[in-house]
Write a protein that binds this ligand. Sequence first.
Ligand code: ATP
Ligand code: MG
Length: 744
Amino acid sequence: MLSNHFQNGIETAKLAWSRLPNTEDGEGDEVVGVSRKNDGGRVESLDYEVVENHAYREEQAQRGKLYVGYYVGVKWFFALLIGVGTGLAAVFINISVENFAGWKFSLTFSVIQKSYVAGFLLYILINLVLVFSSAFIITNFAPAAAGSGIPEIKGYLNGVDTHGILLFRTLIGKIFGSIGSVGGGLALGKEGPLVHTGACIASLLGQVTCGCAAGVAAAFRAPVGGVLFALEEVTSWWRSQLMWRVFFTSAIVAVVVRTAMGWCKSGKCGHFGSGGFIIWDISGGQEDYSFEELLPMAFIGVIGGLLGALFNQLTRYITYWRRNYLHKKGNRFKIIEVCLISVITSVISFGLPLFRKCSPCPEADPSFPIECPRPPGMYGNYVNFYCGKDKEYNDLATIFFNTQDDAIRNLFSAKTIHEYSAQSLLTFLVMFYTLAVVTFGTAVPAGQFVPGIMIGSTYGRLVGMFVVSFYKKLNIEEGTYALLGAASFLGGSMRMTVSLCVIMVEITNNLKLLPLIMLVLLISKAVGDAFNEGLYEEQARLRGIPLLESRPKYEMRKMQAKEACGNQKVVYFPRVIKVADVVSSLKSNNHNGFPVIDHTRSGETLVIGLVLRSHLLVLLQSKVDFQHSPLPCDTGGGSLPIRHNFSEFVKPASSKGISIHDIHLGPDDLEMYIDLAPFVNRSPYIVPEDMSLTKVYNLFRQLGLRHIFVVPRASRVIGMITRKDLLIEETEDPATVELQSTSV
Ligand code: ATP
Ligand code: MG
């Protein structure tokens, strides 16, 4: 049956169940032990494994070729819906953010003309209201929507369910929360939250991986980058069939976003015009590079690695402190904290440019016209701010007192040089870096891509300035260095390579810089790796998400499976059990899987399979399988009754589901019995007690398992399977056909 036992991270946990066949192969051995430290039940794993039993097989056998076609068609249709949904969500967020920000800046600029103080207060107030609304939504309505959500989604696709992460309310909270936090001018971005938004939409349709890719594709308008991001960063299992569907979803997103933007161009979307959506077209920039430039470019890579690793380390300390002290005090403190940060951010971004002198507008290249400054009341390139004269601009305000997308466009801008003084760039770098570190982990939706790009492009441009003055004769653009700086910081912090590289190329539309981006990414990742883990891994660990890395630890080679089990006694159930015993057992522990044992006529004990807590809870709640007699329900040769259908047992992704404490049974019910045989997974994974832990790890990780039985050595072998036995031709046997269909 090979690898179809798990859903490869693309489907919501699917709990299949059904009746037990009467024949038993007698191979079940006594269970030795499955026990270790308990995490208190906070994080639970996902059941990716198909609970394979008699009815599952029966149902599979009944499905003909038509069903296979239908199944595949539905999956592709869902992929289409995910693309459309995520694209529309991204457009909505962008239009809202651009309109709030545009309205904020135009209002502030018009008030500035009359009074600086009034403009200043107004700016602080508008930001505060937006940020407060975001924090309010998060703390009171959708706590799981805080942060970027990428570590949690990564965990989800690794097999760990963080409560609430994919619920509908989280989706709503994420969308409206990020409009407030980004529109409110905090040092964070909307791109990470868009990945989470895509995943939430996709989870409603059972294909989370497609949603992650769609999120990136929508955020950066980078469809290929989206596919690679899903492959490199978030998923733990990947197959070529999944690649096609993810690619399809990303392509749909690209079409939806482009269509929406085309529609908005005619001014129908308020302040949302050609800007807003990320695409910093720097195709007018540096076309070529010389050998001498490689050294400063490598230097940018090193700075990126160092600053990225420092960012991860600082955010780790602060997040730790926040979680253990500040956020424990309650929602009020979370809101006060983020409001305070909003005020500080506003004061810095408004106040610091006041200390800078105005500069005359640079000579515009006719092929690259720059309006400098834009008419009063508008924002965009070259912010006039308080400069009295029309043809002047304030360089610090141009990057600080602006929307992030426009600031980045300004930093990447080519064709003109020395628009920014080193002093302004340095001031911005220090301030923005500090703000980004402090803002990370507050109770608002927050992405790190755009802050990372801003930080990176600032020091990149600084290095570029020195290179320009050093190699006077070469045709060097500061904007190119800014782009490399952005790539280096993201590489140094997030430690992605291929996907980041493609995203950077897609958003800047400049393929010629590909080798340079590759160079800085490799260097920055290598430097960063020397210090700590990537941002998402660090954050996942802090949030208590036990990610299983792709490789087992070296020490596991010397350990055996039984050593991994503690000394705790295995909690198991007999095949026919009193309802009262099930209830008391479920109340006394937090385990989610239990071996079920039976006895043969000769008195021998058999392990007949594994029963899940969630299935038991459904049985207890519905009561339809309760029986008066303690005898198995098929005694006398009758077949086992099926009184439930599949859907009753499917728990919505990342919801808590029902708990044993929610179920109330009367004294009569408790005296009844229940035969578990129809509900057990007849073929759980079993390993011999002396198997090396490395092998167990690989089995567990590669198949996406949740429970493995550890048993004594088998007493006999009834057959041998080799490659040839698994090469089954596609015949008229529908079961075989279906086997292949599940992987599509
Ligand atoms: P997960 O937490 O991954 O969703 P689970 O909830 O079934 O799976 P836990 O109960 O949280 O597993 O596991 C905690 C510890 O309890 C582990 O060390 C495991 O070996 C042990 N354990 C799990 N199930 C049983 C059981 N039926 N009997 C005894 N020990 C168990
Ligand atoms: Mg558990």
